[in-house]
Design a protein around this ligand. Structure first.
Ligand SMILES: [Zn+2]
Length: 316
């Protein structure tokens, strides 16, 4: 036992054995099982490169793609009361919240932002499925109201991306009360004559489907997204019948008149720009760089002012 084995050796070991490797380099596609490299997956907007399965995407990643140059400003959401029911299952609710916040780096399951999309000013709200399954509690209700109020204030359309396992059971009846609250928020937009566009992503279920996620002027879904109130397993067990192929999936709902569009995530931004501008009676968006101004319309450049003649230097 000396200072070399106690101090120097661990120090050297820590210097040389430290590996700067992020933990989740590979993600397994839940649909086809392909191992996908994280960078490749990120470049492809979290869509599997093999089977086109649309995986969950965080609000920040989505907004980075949606807004021009990835620039947006967050809209502040009022904090609700924490743990009003003192709910506890295997874990206390505040503990569950803390671990979700640590895992995602977000305060709650919805992010609201304002910015421009194809030079069209909008307000957008996005639900975060990685945060406690995107469950709708009081905060999500507050977020939707904040988004609607901001949209009315700025006279902008609201685009909402839904993804949720349903209401947040830890908030009991208070989470269910968000269904009428958010419905009123949508009504506010309608009264102001502003478009409300919903993009349903995999999965959107329960109380979320039963309220704001189904009230859009335009209903778009991502391919193969599960959209339902009660899930297929529950229905199958209740009615004891085999359900048809693709039941409650985006394409099935489109065929049955529940949706307007099913759009691939890569084409979603362009489509949202087109639809939003159509609804606002704006001319089509400018694509790419702006053309150079015509010579006739460009302001004539002023000739540089002639240099003032130099004063003769004073001689002593
Ligand atoms: Zn896949």
């Amino acid at each position: 036992m000396n200072w070399i084995s106690n101090y120097v050796r661990p120090k050297i070991n820590s210097l040389f054995s430290r590996r700067e490797v992020p933990e989740n380099l590979w993600t397994k596609c839940p649909e086809c099982g392909t191992m996908l490299f994280h960078r490749e997956l990120k470049d492809n907007l979290n869509v599997c490169t093999t089977c086109d399965h649309h995986m969950a995407i965080t609000p920040r990643e989505r907004f980075a793609d949606l807004f021009d140059g990835g620039i947006f400003a967050e809209v502040k959401v009022p904090e609700p009361l924490a743990d009003p029911l003192h709910f506890r299952d295997q874990k206390k609710y505040p503990e569950r919240m803390k671990s979700a916040q640590k895992k995602t780096g977000e305060a709650e399951a919805m992010l609201v932002a304002e910015g421009e999309m194809g030079r069209t000013p909008i307000v957008a709200a996005c639900q975060d499925f990685t945060f406690m399954g995107g469950s709708m509690g009081m905060y999500v209700g507050n977020a939707i109201i904040a988004a609607a109020e901001r949209a009315v204030e700025l006279r902008r359309p609201l685009i909402l991306f839904s993804a949720a396992g349903g209401a947040r059971m830890q908030e009991g009846i208070l989470s269910l009360m968000q269904m009428p609250r958010t419905t009123v928020a949508v009504e506010m937009l309608r009264e102001a004559g502003l478009p409300y566009i919903v993009v349903l992503t995999h999965p959107t279920t329960g109380g979320v489907t039963a309220s704001y996620a189904m009230l859009g002027d335009i209903q778009i879904a991502e391919p193969n997204a599960l959209i339902c109130f009660a899930g297929p397993r529950v229905i199958e067990q209740t009615i004891r019948e085999k359900l048809p192929e693709g039941f409650q999936r985006a394409e099935y709902l489109l065929d049955h008149g529940m949706l307007d569009r099913v759009t691939h995530r890569k084409e979603l931004r362009e489509e949202l720009i087109t639809i939003t501008r159509l609804m606002l009676s704006l001319p089509p968006a400018v694509k790419g760089e702006l053309p150079a101004p015509d010579e006739a319309t460009a302001p004539a450049l002023e000739a540089p002012a002639p240099e003032a003649p130099k004063k003769p230097e004073k001689t002593a």
